[in-house]
Design a protein. Structure first.
Length: 303
């Protein structure tokens, strides 16, 4: 047990969704990632991170893979200078709204009895259960999801729209022209968040959400990074995920835990999120602790 919840830190204020209840803590917005190194010195960044460690013991910093290289470099520099094994820099391929949902889920789980190592490595597991995508007015410059030459050509036709799923498995379908567009959805209960750019959200709220049997549909603020991530401002971003903390808890609890052979922290999966040490081959591991099952089978590659 840890006296204070592990801090969940993000690289921008748009990645902080409102707390669903009074128990869920907010996320720490890292000013070292928001502000330019010219205006926010390394000393300030060190003080910022040191303060978080002092108050929370451990820090899990979520950093989108799409962030400028300087952001990740600054985070790793801070970790190196502090010589701290209490900072986990977790990179994620999720689009901006999906990453905000992941941050919220980790915030919810931070008040449970998970150790920092399990909580940090749970980010990878939970990402497999977040269906994140967008309705786009153009895919001509989209490079984060596979786009065919035919879709590129159709994108030049006025009024054409595309529904794109980025995770857990990329998918792209044409929506305009009365087509019955279909995106593969989750096979479990979710809450859908959507954020509107320069397109109307009607297809997302009126067609996609019912098709995915979303239990709740809520509008959110469009992250500032979304237009760059999706390569267009003509979009409606969406993300559907498990909202129930008890289900999230059961999901993470059902996975086998190991002790990192390098730093000693608990982990789930094949790599420690804090020191990045890989899990040794089965023949070199000590006897494993297996927790109770009670969740549907995990997707391939999730553990």
């Amino acid at each position: 047990m840890y006296a204070l919840p592990t801090a969940i830190a993000v690289t921008g204020p748009d990645l902080v969704l409102p707390s669903p209840d009074r128990h869920t803590p907010s996320a720490a917005v890292l000013q070292s990632a928001v502000q330019s190194p010219r205006t926010y010195s390394l000393d300030q960044a060190l003080t910022e991170m040191h303060t978080l460690i002092e108050h929370h013991g451990y820090v899990i910093a979520l950093c989108p893979s799409s962030a400028p290289a300087s952001v990740a470099q600054r985070l790793h520099a801070v970790r190196s200078v502090l010589e701290s094994d209490r900072i986990a820099v977790v990179r994620s391929d999720l689009p901006p709204l999906g990453l905000a949902v992941l941050a919220l889920q980790l915030r919810q789980l931070s008040i449970c009895d998970f150790s920092p190592g399990v909580l940090a490595s749970a980010a990878r597991l939970l990402s497999h259960y977040i269906h994140a995508g967008a309705l786009l007015g153009s895919v001509t410059r989209l490079d984060r999801v596979p786009v065919t030459l035919q879709s590129h050509a159709k994108s030049w036709v006025p009024g054409t729209q595309f529904a794109v799923l980025a995770t857990p498995r990329p998918e792209l379908v044409k929506v305009s022209g009365g087509d019955e567009a279909h995106l593969p959805g989750p096979g479990f209960g979710t809450r859908m968040l959507y954020a509107t750019g320069k397109l109307a959200p009607g297809w997302v709220t009126g067609t996609l959400a019912p098709a995915w049997q979303s239990q709740e549909v809520t509008e959110a603020r469009l992250p500032g990074e979304s237009a760059r991530w999706w390569a267009t401002g003509r979009l409606v971003e969406f993300a559907a995920a498990i909202p129930d903390i008890s289900v999230l808890y059961q999901l993470v609890s059902s996975v086998r835990r190991d002790d990192c052979h390098w730093c000693g922290l608990e982990l789930i999966g094949d790599r420690c999120a804090f020191c990045a040490a890989p899990l040794p081959p089965p023949s070199e591991r000590p006897s494993q602790r297996t927790l109770a099952h009670g969740v549907t089978a995990l997707p391939r590659g999730a553990t």
